[in-house]
Structures are given as C-alpha cells and as structure tokens.
Design a protein around this ligand. Structure first.
Ligand code: SAH
Length: 218
C-alpha cells in the first residue's frame, strides 16, 4: 500500500457508486480518506475490500459500503451554503476512520468512544491527518454530548435496543439520526429518525450487524 493506494481507493469508490451510493460528497470523502492507515498493518491489504475489519478490543470497522450508505442517509441531500452538513455527533469512534470521512462532509464532527484504548488509538490514527474539525471525546455516548448540541446529524456505529432519548433531545429540528437498532424479534436494522417541528419520523431500513451499544466507560 502507499504509492498506489489512490488507485485502489478509486476502484473502491467506483464500486460504491455501482452499489448505489450517489451523493457526490460521500463518494469524494470515501476517495480521500486513506482507510488502510486506520487498520493494523497486517490487515492493510484488506482495507479496501468489501469487508468489516477487527480494530482491537473486540470491535470492528464496518465495510466501506455500510459507512458510505449511513453517511449518505445522514446527509439526506441536505447541505449548508458550503455544501456541508452542520455539526455531527458520532457514537463509537473506534479507530477514527468514519470520523475522518465525516470531517469532509460536515462542518464539525464530535466523536465519542467509551473504550479508552480505542479513543487513544483514534487520536493517534487521526493525528497525521490534522483534521481541525474533528473533536474526539472519551465517554459514554448513550448520553450524547450536550455541549456540541444541537446537531444536524447523529450517527451511531454501535447498535442499541432503542435510540437513547438524549440523542433525540440533542438533535436540531430538521436533523437526522442514523442508528443500527435492535428490532422486535432481536435482529438489528438501520433506523433513520427525522425531527420535524411537529414530529419524529421513523424509517426502518435494511438489516445490519453492528457491535452492541453499551453504557458506561471502560
Ligand atoms: N466508527 C468506527 C466503528 C467503531 S465500532 C470506526 O470507523 O472505526 C463501534 C464502536 O462503538 C466501538 O469502538 C465501541 O466501543 C463503541 N461504543 C459502543 N457503545 C458506546 C457508547 N455507549 N459510547 C461510545 N462508544 C460506544
């Protein structure tokens, strides 16, 4: 990897487009962020494959098309004058990859991780990229991060039994939450919540397989 990773990423982006990702901002961000720098060097050759990858402490990084699909849902065609979404909260920083992708489509990214080891790993991984709009936080994301609220978007990288009330409270009117959530029957599905002035509109989409959303820090 290295010199030719641009070409490998370009192929990944072509594949994402063929799989139905159409927001140009998402495709561009996926083409920019060097995914192989976020995984163990022994796994770097798999970084652009359509596969999830272990990132340590029993956690995984989602496959590229799940990352792209969720960010596309988060944007939902919305943009400010700069073409970006406003402030975004990510629950589950993991290795920091998705936070880096988000930094190219949102004005500010607040990303919270409950495992200190991964929070530190993400800090290390992201250092070289110098992304001034990414704010890494160590804590329990189930309570959100009130100081960055209200958010134009909240995206969860871990699946809970329901969408925590704090996320809904910290969401701006017109904002969207994209969160893997356990459905009655026990399977996880991708849930999109949209906050309008009068209601919270819920859409349940395809089945997904995320690590569990857990409370507390470790
Ligand atoms: N977006 C990440 C994927 C990380 S996997 C990436 O690009 O690498 C999901 C992460 O969610 C795990 O690191 C897990 O520790 C974290 N997580 C689970 N419950 C959490 C919570 N309540 N608050 C913050 N992080 C949580």
């Amino acid at each position: 990897m290295g010199l030719d990773s641009n070409a490998v990423r370009a192929r990944m982006v072509q594949k994402l487009a063929a799989q139905g990702v159409s927001d140009a901002r998402v495709l561009s961000a996926m083409g920019i962020v060097e995914r192989h720098r976020f995984v163990d060097s022994a796994l770097a050759n798999q970084a652009y494959e359509d596969t999830s990858i272990p990132i340590g402490l029993g956690q995984t990084i989602s496959k590229p098309n799940v990352v792209a699909r969720m960010i596309e849902l988060l944007l939902g065609g919305r943009a400010d004058a700069s073409g970006k979404l406003g402030r975004v909260l990510e629950i589950g920083t993991g290795c920091g990859y998705q936070a880096a992708v988000l930094s190219h489509v949102a004005t500010e990214v607040y990303s919270i991780e409950r495992l200190r080891g991964l929070h530190e790993k993400a800090r290390e991984n992201l250092r070289a990229f110098r992304l001034a709009n990414v704010h890494l936080l160590f804590g329990d994301g189930m309570v959100g991060y009130a100081r960055g609220a209200p958010y134009a978007g909240i995206i969860a990288a871990a699946g809970g039994e329901s969408v925590p009330g704090a996320w809904i409270e910290q969401l701006a009117v017109g904002g969207r939450i994209v969160a893997p959530t356990v459905m009655p029957g026990g399977r996880q599905a991708l849930v999109v919540l949209e906050k309008t002035p009068s209601e919270l509109k819920q859409t349940v989409l395809e089945a997904v397989h995320f690590v569990p959303l857990k409370s507390g820090i470790a």
